[in-house]
Each structure stands twice: as C-alpha cells, then as structure tokens.
Design a protein around this ligand. Structure first.
Ligand code: ADP
Length: 396
C-alpha cells in the first residue's frame, strides 16, 4: 500500500510518500514560499536531492507540482497516480469533535471548517490541502489525523480553565493540547521498547521550536501543557508559555497595543528569543551562552527549569512516573538540555546517566542508569509515520 502524507502550513507543504511494506519512504520533500516570490520545491528520492523553482501561487498548484514530480521520469518513483492508495493529512485542530483519525467525508470537512475559529492560522491551510487533493485525486481516500485528538482523553479537571463555565459552553474554551501525534508515537514506541511494566505512567517531553509535555497513563493522555492554543506551557522558541493573564492587559495598556499586537508579542517575540535577544534557535543559544552571553544563559535556564517543573507536576498528577521520554529537535539532539532538565530528578526516582546521554543525537537510547527506578529515554519522533499508519489502518 502506498500512502502520501501531507502537512500543509500557511506557505508550505511537507510531503512523504510511504510504501507501507517496510515501511519505507519512497520520496519526500517540501514546497516552500507558496504564494510568495521565489517559491520552490525541495524533493528527495533515493538520497538524491533536487531544488526546483517555479511560480506556485497556492496549495493546489503546490500539490499539483509535487504529484507531477512523483510520476516524473527524472525525479519520480511511481508509474502513475493509480499506485497511490490513500492520502493522510495532518490537521491541527479537531476541537472536541475528533478524538482519533478519521476518513475524510463531506461531514468531516464541515467539522474541520467548524474548528477554524479555534485555529485560524492552521486549519485553513490544512483544509486547502484536503480540497486540492480531493480535486486532483478524486477517487483516492483521504484521512485526517489531528494534533489535538490524542489529548481528548483528558479528564475535565485537567482540560477546564477556572473561568466562568458559560464560556466553555458558549465558545468551547478549554485545554485541547497539541503535538498529539508526536506524544502518541513516542509513548507507543516507549511501550514497544520498554514493555508494559515500565510504561504505565509516561511523561513525554516534545521539545522543538514549539514544545509541550504530556502525562500519559496506560496509553491515554491525561494532561498536557499546551492549552486552547499552542502558546501555553513551556518556554518555547518564540512563545512565552505560562503567563499571568494580568500581564496581557497590563502590557496592552502600558504599551498601547491592541489584541493583534499582544497576540504577536506572546507568540512571535517571546520565549527563548524574547529573553535572550539573540535567537529562538537552541543551537545558537547554546553557542552564545558558551561565549558568555548572560541573557542567552538565562533563556536556557528558564527553558530547562520550566520543563523540570512540568515533569514534577505531572509525576504528582499521575501519582508517580515510570518513564520520561525526550523528543523533538531539542529533546533528540541537545544533550545539555536533557542533562539540565533531568539531572535533579532523583527525588522522583530518576537517576540520570550523564555518560550515556553525552553526545547522543537523533537515536533511540536509554539515558538513565541501570539502577534507576524511572527510565529516561530518547525517542526521535515520527509524526508522518504515525499519520501513514493511521491512514493505512482506516482505508485498509
Ligand atoms: P519544530 O517545532 O519547528 O518542528 P524541531 O523539532 O525541528 O522544531 O526543533 C528545532 C529546535 O531543535 C531548534 O531550537 C534547534 O536549535 C534544536 N536543535 C536541532 N539540532 C540541535 C542540536 N544538535 N543541538 C541543540 N539543539 C538542536
């Protein structure tokens, strides 16, 4: 079975074509700068990479371009489109309606459209990808996998905000959480690697530009750090994470900025970038801190401290923890971050192994001591594979 996985952002489309026997990635790439000057597609097949420029005015044109490459003599890997059995789409917000991946029908499209209010920047491009695929490959089944779905198992005491209940009823204001596909993939993978005994209670730390932590009991998410929107929780590349809501109105008043301004402030100018004034990128911050930049060091300290606080909180919330998973660009690659986060967690039974951790990048590895009661493990995430598997299960 061959499945294309599509992840449409506002000006980009990431894609991977899987042959599910294996599974192997037959081709992958990204269309960038859609609707902007200088749009291009980066395409990779059999380790050969090409970058092709072209005028790509919208998502439909981008997907058409990508499909053309997949069947082209020079860069392709399939004879014709009849080889494509299904398309899996990443969809950011599924609200309370979607609790798992689903076959995309007209009713499902209506449901995703109804969630636009909750994710005005993300769901419209996701929908553009769905519309485009529907018109270009009308006979191929499509599946939607939602970032929010995995966290739909949270109990109300975890997902409710302590604001008037009527606001939940009126506008569905509650914690949804994101990165669900990643938290699900790495927690399931932890169970495969470590077995059930050590994975009843898992804390997964997805640490990338966007970052979130999830508490998972017997395979079900019971709490997560992102909320109604992805801005809550950890200190991120450019997002502030947890904040006293009073700060928002105070800053709006003092700086005379409106809701667009404050939204941009907490989403794009805060976090690691806002504190350091150097960069939102962990590698650049680590370098700046090593060269004595104190604000870069402060940003790092805040980032690590916030993750550690969440691990402690979720251990308390679950009444213990068996396994802590590190994933995402930072979790998978930054040995310093993993060390700074986990070095003082002996009190919850996690004895961190500095030697095992040192220098590990992008590979599955246990980084707690053999005697540690709690296992710490690095598991590189693979959201695309998870979407492909869900798609195969649904259409198969
Ligand atoms: P996104 O949320 O955009 O998917 P990623 O999961 O790719 O982000 O993570 C990006 C982050 O990972 C960046 O802050 C980057 O600096 C960090 N990162 C990637 N490689 C390394 C590395 N070798 N050491 C430290 N940080 C790294």
């Amino acid at each position: 079975m061959k499945i294309i996985v599509i992840n449409c952002g506002s000006s980009s489309i990431k894609y991977q074509l899987f042959d599910m026997e294996g599974p192997v990635i037959m081709a992958k790439g990204v269309v960038e700068k859609i609707g902007l000057n200088g749009s291009f597609i980066k395409h990779e097949r059999d380790g050969q990479k090409v970058t092709l420029e072209g005028e790509i005015i919208d998502h439909q044109a981008g997907i058409e371009y990508m499909l053309g490459l997949l069947v082209s003599k020079e860069h392709g890997c399939i004879r014709d489109f009849s080889e494509i059995n299904a398309v899996g789409h990443r969809v950011v917000h599924g609200g309370e309606k979607f609790k798992s991946s689903v076959l995309i029908t007209d009713e499902v499209v209506n449901g995703i459209e109804a969630c636009i209010q909750l994710a005005p920047l993300h769901n419209p491009p996701n929908l553009s990808g769905i519309y485009a695929m529907k018109s270009l490959l009308p006979d191929v089944p499509q599946v939607g996998t939602f970032d929010t779905a995995f966290h739909q198992s949270m109990p109300d005491r975890a997902f409710m905000y302590a604001i008037p209940y009527s606001l939940y009823k009126k506008y569905a204001i509650r914690r949804y959480g994101f990165h669900g596909t990643s938290h699900r993939y790495v927690s399931e993978r932890a169970c495969e690697i470590l077995g059930k005994q050590r994975t009843g209670k898992i804390i997964t730390c997805h640490l990338g530009n966007g970052a979130s932590v999830a508490a998972i009991v017997n395979g079900k998410s019971v709490d997560t750090s992102m909320g109604l929107t992805p801005v809550e929780g950890l200190v991120m590349g450019t997002r502030c994470g947890d904040l006293d809501p009073g700060i928002m109105t105070y800053v709006m008043e003092r700086e005379d900025i409106n809701r667009t301004g404050i939204n941009s402030l907490v989403n794009k100018h805060s976090g690691l970038l806002g504190i350091s004034g150097v960069s939102s990128d962990m590698r650049e911050l680590e370098e700046a801190a090593a060269n004595g930049n104190e604000r870069a060091q402060l940003a790092l300290d805040m980032f690590h401290y916030r993750v550690r606080k969440y691990i402690g909180a979720y251990a308390a919330a679950m009444g213990g923890v068996d396994t802590v998973v590190f994933t995402g660009g930072i979790g998978e690659n930054s040995d310093t971050s993993r060390y700074e986060i986990a070095k003082e967690l002996d009190f919850i039974g996690l004895s961190f192994d500095k030697q095992k951790n040192a220098g590990v990048r992008g590979q599955e590895k246990i980084i707690s001591t053999d005697a540690s009661r709690v296992t710490a493990i690095i598991i590189p995430t693979n959201e695309e594979l998870m979407i492909a598997r869900d798609t195969a299960a649904i259409v198969g």
